[in-house]
Design a protein around this ligand. Sequence first.
Ligand code: 5AD
Ligand code: SF4
Length: 499
Amino acid sequence: MSESDQSRQSPVHNGRLYIETVGCQMNMLDSELVVAALRQDGYQLTDNPKDADTILFNTCSVREHAEHKIYSALGRLKYSKRNRPQRVIGVLGCMAQKDQDLIFQKAPHVDIVVGTGQLAEIPRMIRETRSATERVQQKAVSLGRREGSRDEITDSFQSYDPLRDPEMRPTPFQAFVRIMIGCDKFCTYCVVPATRGPEQSRSPSQILAEVRVLADQGVREITLLGQTVNSYRFTENGRMHRLSDLLVQISDVPSIERIRFVTSFPRDMSDDLLQAVRDLPKAMKYLHVPAQSGCNEILKRMKRGYTVEEYREMMHRIRETMPECAVSSDFIVGFCGESEESFHKSMDLIREFRFKNSFIFKYSKREGTRADDLYEDDIPETVKRRRNNEMLDLQNQISEEDNAEFIGRTVSVLVEGPSKWAAKKNGPATDGHRPGEPLATQLMGRSECDRIVVFDGNPRLAGTTARIRIDDCTVTTLIGTVETLEHQHGSSGILPILV
Ligand code: 5AD
Ligand code: SF4
């Protein structure tokens, strides 16, 4: 019996749990694990906060805006807590680690505050809050980066990867696997080294065991997660393992068909990794390697540890090793001291490397970071907004032009399920349709180079790999038609179209 079956049949009913997750894929994974642990404790998941006896917010601190949204959501719960004092309200994740008691001050109706390194404590904390005769507020956080020796701080951030819960995944066929926690790069603008603690890699044997469990649960695509995933290093049985070694080992798990990893750090993009991605058929030809800026002075102020010339050298190695590999980036606009000229150097970098897509952010001053101590946040919001829009326009133009190159080509797509993105197209499709079953809906999946592909097909195609001929495109999407199915639920070889 799977863990989720056990929890569904559990005789103990601890009430309904609502969890809201913002931020990165790490947070999505953390929420999956928290839910798995609470379901074992007899909680049932609900997607309606009004029904919930326990409401948890898994939070992000990377930009101020994300924090404001959580504080507003907490504010809206103030009166409902008065009416339902038994309801437990919890704040988890990066904001909990960063703001700690400030959360209780700003939102006194919050019962528990749990940092990223203490998530295993949640079931106990909720239980204690419930059973207390007088109201108690509880906090579990890790040490700050200056509050102890490296070993003490590292120990206070527990790696948290015990249970997996299939129902919390993006789809039943896709799962995240954490290979590292924390970050030691200390880019001057970034809160992550403080909120997620020192960089620690997980043992390859633990990672592989988790991948095998996921494969047995029906997962076909694994996304390896780390803040700087390509800095992965772990010595086990006298041998040092790198990310390239992990890719080889995971490729040997038969029913795993695709492996991706995010986010890469430019300086750690080694040749052995590029060659592994090139040579392993299961490794997706896609790298997310944030540049952040195209101006050396700004990169230095950001303390990114590379120059534009070094980033260019890395891009050349990627393109030489794998001309077809898609690369995406992150950029911050309006960082302290970013002149119009510096901004245009970032625009030039986008023109030069034609990223598949870029995530563009307006600089958000974060308390406790080096940039906040050292520099003035001197770019007005209106200028940040204009630069953000200009950069987005440029990137969109490039993404659309590059997507158009795919028209007439056929790509391999892992079908994820019904499309949320594109408008429904008319007309029944025959692909995958059997008599008596619903007709085609618009489905979506991703190509091997991480492009979103939509096409009409039977929902039963979800979890299979299909060949899709591309007929059209938008800025974000390739639009196509099913040609053939490649793999269906672990079987390999080309299958005929199901009609
Ligand atoms: N302001 C704006 N963007 C930020 N990022 C990280 N910190 C900040 C900040 N203070 C962006 C970076 C990073 C992405 C996850 O978020 O581009 O790569
Ligand atoms: Fe933040 Fe830099 Fe670490 Fe990325 S590498 S998480 S931007 S400190």
